[in-house]
Design a protein around this ligand. Sequence first.
Ligand code: CAA
Ligand code: NAI
Length: 699
Amino acid sequence: MTDPVRYSVQDGIAVIAVDNPPVNALSQAVRAGLAEAVARLSGDDQARAGVIYGAGRTFIAGADIREFGKPMAEPFLPDVIAAIEACEKPVVAALHGTALGGGLEVALGCHARVALASAKVGLPEVTLGILPGAGGTQRLPRIAGAAAALDLITSGRHVAAVEALKLGIVDAVVDGDDPLAAGLAHARRLADGEATGRRSGEIDPGAKDEALFADWRAKTKKSARGQISPMVAIDAIEAAYDLPFNEGMARERELFKELMASDQRAGLIHAFFAERAVAKIPEAEAASPREVASIGVIGGGTMGSGIAVAALNAGLPVTLVERDEASVERARGIVSKLLDDGVRRGKLSEARRDQILSRDFSTATDYSALAETDLVIEAVFEDMDVKKDVFRRLDGIAKAGAILATNTSYLDVNEIAAATSRPQDVIGFHFFSPAHVMRLLEVVVADKTAADVVATGFALAKKLRKVAVRAGVCDGFIGNRLLNTYRKAADYMVEDGASPYQIDAALVAFGFPMGPFAVSDLAGLDIAWAGRKRRAATRDPRERTVGIADRICERGWFGQKTGRGYYLYEPGARRGSPDPEVEAIIAAEREAKGIVPRSFTDEEIVSRYMAAMINEAAKIVEEGIALRPLDVDVTMLAGYGFPRWRGGPMQYADRLGLDTVLAELRRLSAEDGFFWEPAPLLVRLADEGQTFASLNERD
Ligand code: CAA
Ligand code: NAI
């Protein structure tokens, strides 16, 4: 193993190389190595100045997140940085790749910073539930001012080198790809007195702008929605103005430790690693992805158009096939509008949009246009006969080795695959609406799907900047199967006495961006209605059914698109108001069943909703539909608005304690029957005193 920090001297300048692949994280060995290197520089007669840089692809990308939650080992990062800052010889940080978190804090402790133009800097700690705990909240405002510090630290956003220069975070931006050369040149200028360095801890931060802090507090309270770290980070930044530097550092440390001990930190770090672990699937180890240089999309409605835009934005040419000329024109209109939105939001240049429309995007009504395409995604109506017909036709024209994917939400991918002569090439790619925005892609693996086809799904997701989760075939795969289950729990509560509006409010307070009834209105109540009709014949006779949604649909109220659903919508409005007529429908349904409504507390609502979700998730894991509990967590986080700081339903269950969840399910199943019967996996884990997390490690 190479030394994680190497010291050498080049022409009178000490070169301190941090070499801890993959991202030069600040492990204990790196911290100790840095401390030793700086001490050596101080006493080294051969060195007039020093440069700290990262070997490999990046500067230091932050603390070693894997050490979080364990006792911290000395030397502590703030002490290492204090030693760098105190060094009497100038020390330059030479940045490339990403200088994040503790990495940027090391750089802020240096006396000057130079960055390659491609470098990015940031303090993303709040996204992990903590705050910069090694002087970032005290040094950044001193260097860049309160407004920049508040912005960077509460958002965690990555800032490109040019913007960092404007904000005063770096002293120079250098073209090229050699951070060490840039650092050495700057260190020489400092040693020769041609440039001056500064100790950021010694800079006077100036007077506090009270109004600015009040404004950020108000703004952050809204945007953070229940997440505590951004608010606490503001307190820490404020200490830079209220206290002398050393006391501010102590205050930052205290707040950092508080957050480090929080459940939210545990949830957010679980989410970080889970999003990376989902890509670790058996097929990716067994096979390499197939080459995909062109995409075909069949059906250019809501989903097909969004999928086309997602692929076009990633630089892949797309051929879209629709039923007839009128449908082609409609699809072209949707794609153009989505691209225009991208231009308006600054995500796409006008020139790139024009290039996409004239060169990369083509349309057709004839399937033969897809004969040479590497990968075709079907997004036609959710109807088995229509889908089978599409796949039969595709089978007739697609080249050998082309991947044939379906975007079905619920239907049996095995049955669709059987309509072709090449089931090994057929797979489900379940995108979420809007498909060019939502991060989740469920990769649905059918019985005969080849391993390299699965690996291609994961490679494509990466290219589209999405998170792929491997799912098995069942009604609704991972996400929609869960959705159907917790929606039922919500419907039962409405029938028993809660209002849809109270349930939505309770779940928004829990951290979801919208409650389940508002989501139904957005998605369209007709879709779930069709699903209920489809499942009616195969439904378990023991299952409790609620007729309220059917009564609403029978009136033609399908949600936002018809101006009313559970809520009433003013024309064009996205937020609705409670509808007394819906409340009357609910009252009538209760009466017809002889149910005397009772009240629910918000805690009861959350508890039942989560118990239903966790129980179904345990079945999904046990059946192998999800590989591990963490795959369920990522599905819910990336596709269904589950609050990230709660880590996902399985992580949430672990924190509640599986015995607590089991006790709630047993109580509910005694009261309300079969729907609540605990999953055998949950019973086993609770009996063994285990957690879902114990199943996340694969050998
Ligand atoms: N600690 C430990 N491991 C890390 C890590 C870190 N800070 N950052 C990344 N890794 C690991 C990843 O888990 C991944 O491991 P596997 O290959 O085993 O899955 C590997 O490094 C590569 O990471 P990515 O796949 O994410 O690579 P990328 O090129 O897409 O992105 C990155 C690189 C931008 C650095 C991204 O990994 C990232 O954002 N990392 C987190 C950075 C961060 O939040 N730093 C702040 C830490 S908190 C802190 O520093 C507190 C403090 O003040 C003391
Ligand atoms: P949509 O009704 O908006 O679009 C379907 C399109 O397919 C229409 O434009 C239609 O003209 C076209 N089409 C129908 N038969 C065709 C054929 N034989 N050849 C070519 N084009 C044909 O439907 P939407 O919402 O886009 O759904 C498509 C698929 O995506 C469905 O399977 C649905 O379950 C799934 N899905 C939908 C989501 C949503 O939120 N709407 C989310 C995830 C998946």
